[in-house]
Unconditional design. Sequence first.
Length: 294
Amino acid sequence: MTGIVDGHHHIWRQTDLPWLAGPMQPRIFGPYEAIRRDYPIREYLDDLKGSGVSGSVYVQTNWANDRFEDEAAWVQQTADEHGWPHAIVAYANFAADDVRPQLDRLKRYPLVRGVRMQLHWHENPLYRFAAKPDLCVDPMVRRNVAHLADYGWSFDLQVFTPQMPDAAQLAESCPEVTFILQHAGMLEDLSPAGRAAWRAGMARLAICPNVVSKLSGLGTFIHRNDPAHIAMVVMDTVAIFAAERCLFGSNFPIEKLWTSYRELVDAFRAAVAPLTTEQQAAILRGTATRLYRL
């Protein structure tokens, strides 16, 4: 294995993120005083030193919606100046009447490879992000997501377990679009029943050949780097999707709240150790390289 690709990380300027620049707001990942500040590319590169990471994908960080192009432009400029990141997942509003004018603006930035609009909704308001739980079956959203095929871009899909059947229908309605499931399906209910429901939802999504799973953000709900938890999610996800449909993502600096980058990578290396060399290479490098055309 010649290197690892970080399929999901963020860099940011505090002034561009309302949830960092404004009053403290409860967040899904808990208290975040330690990251209420700029997280520039130089700090990210320092964080990953010694980890074996050779490439990375930036995923949008919820700038004000009307500044979606500003975010892509800033990250593209950062990449032009520093050589990192190597691809961009930008934001667009797929609930608009027609998303294509937004996509046309994003097309100006050569590193854009995909788009994310977070669709996850939860009964717990702390975990809720989308305006309603059923955006995946909204006809407007479906039509707009389907347009990504014309741009050759993927859709980073973020949903909770109860939304997975609707998310599978969305993927089936857009067969020419690749869907990259965020955070391995956002497992937040760790009870036996919750895990069983998550596995069933993941199996439903895996029926769709155009859905892959990103193994990222696994500390989101437990607020720690837990190698046993990571191994459980990784092995269950690989059993459902197969290694060639899974990819690693750090979700830094969110995970920096409770761990170092090296410790996080070490936990993932340990999690995939029982797999074959080819399977490990797919998860840690090959899948992300293929999907994001690195």
